[in-house]
Design a protein around this ligand. Structure first.
Ligand SMILES: *Cc1c(COP(=O)(O)O)cnc(C)c1O
Length: 365
């Protein structure tokens, strides 16, 4: 019997594993596994989504014109060079699809965002992994990985799951040394959380270079993860190509309405940032006092390294925390078996998870 045979390069693809949102005996666990904002969406976004719901029978604006207008005004960008996507995920996939083919290479760093390797394999390209230094992207390692088959470099800045960041000078150095035909993707999913002086999330390069595209999302600080709204800015030629291959109605009507309302409620965004600015250092400090090793983060999450001591490992801690109703992210498949990633949560969840870790460490001694 002959069965349909999927493209052979899909054999090596391991599907994305999302953070858990159920687990343990707790019916309503603290969800600290997916870098969602503990503040939730802006009430204005919820209201806009409600209003848009009566139009569920209509195809939404396939060009996301009002949303692109709002983004163009807010960031002072050319509207025609903005593309919206079903989350920034879709845009990452589109870039791989448009610029790489079977046999080509796509570079990402070893602890880079999990989607990059999938985006490469989906189109038959080979993901090429550049080593990091201190859990941080290493420009020299990325450049050393470039060959004449390289088509795309994916770089999240700050990176997820590590939280680490490259300074602007390093990003510029990377861009300058990359061959001009290689697309450099600067993924700024956590851009709004960053407090570094010289940080612009890739904006300047996306405006001036011919091969740089910057991606952003409404999923993280704006709290619209369920609606799947992302966007990107880059050279007109790249955006035109991506527009040809995106889904014609890729952003839902509710998503567009909620995103516009979110963008107009900068006050809400600033509150989320303030919350993070307060709690991330607090959590880092508490973790250090527990003799754990938080990696310095610029995002709304912290990667925490655990000892290898049996009974005290990241895996043991993960099982314990889950049983107590705290869901964190364990990423053994990424070579981070010794770490858990903790999203900054609500006041209550932050205190709760530290208390639970204290209990775990004192009972496992
Ligand atoms: C969450 C995340 C995204 C994707 O978010 P969308 O919900 O698809 O917009 C992209 N890049 C990084 C680094 C992320 O952590």
């Amino acid at each position: 019997m002959v069965k349909p045979r999927a493209n052979s390069w899909l054999d090596d693809l391991v599907a994305y594993v999302p953070g858990r949102y159920k687990g343990g005996e707790n019916a309503a666990p603290a969800r600290l596994a997916s870098n969602e904002t503990p503040l939730g969406p802006s009430p204005k976004a919820v209201e806009a989504a409600r209003k848009a719901a009566v139009e569920l029978h209509r195809y939404a604006d396939g060009g996301a014109n009002d949303l692109r207008d709002a983004l163009s005004t807010h960031y002072n960008l050319e509207k025609s060079q903005i593309i919206c996507g079903t989350g920034s995920d879709e845009i990452l996939q589109l870039i791989a699809q448009a610029y790489a083919a079977p046999g080509d290479e796509i570079i990402h760093t070893c602890f880079g965002f999990m989607v990059y390797g999938i985006a490469a394999r989906r189109v038959g390209a080979r993901p090429v992994v550049a080593e990091e230094k201190n859990y941080t992207a290493d420009v020299d390692a990325i450049l050393a990985a470039v060959t004449d088959k390289t088509r795309v470099v994916f770089l999240a800045n700050p990176n997820n799951p590590t939280g680490t960041i490259l300074h602007q000078a390093e990003i510029e150095r990377l861009h300058l040394a990359l061959p001009e035909h290689v697309v450099l993707v600067i993924d700024g999913a956590y851009a709004e959380y960053v407090s570094l002086e010289d940080y612009d999330g890739g904006l300047k390069l996306a405006q001036t270079a011919t091969n740089v595209i910057m991606t952003r999302t409404f999923s993280k600080i704006y709290g619209l993860a369920a609606e799947r709204v992302g966007w990107a800015y880059g050279p007109q030629e790249i955006i035109d190509v991506l527009n040809k291959i995106r889904g014609p109605f890729n952003v839902t009507g509710i998503g567009q309405a909620a995103a516009i309302a979110s963008l107009h409620d900068q006050n809400w965004m600033m509150q989320a940032r303030k919350h993070n600015d307060h709690w991330r250092p607090w959590l880092e400090n508490q973790l250090r006092q527990l003799h754990l090793s938080p990696i310095p983060s610029e995002g709304n999450f912290i990667l925490v390294a655990f000892p290898e001591t049996p009974g005290q490992t990241a895996g043991d801690a993960n099982a314990y925390l889950t049983s107590k109703g705290f869901l964190l992210r364990h990423l053994p498949s990424m070579g981070l078996n010794h770490c858990l990633r903790l999203s900054v949560g609500s006041d209550e969840d932050n205190h709760g998870v530290i208390k639970a870790l204290q209990d775990f460490l004192s009972t496992s001694l």
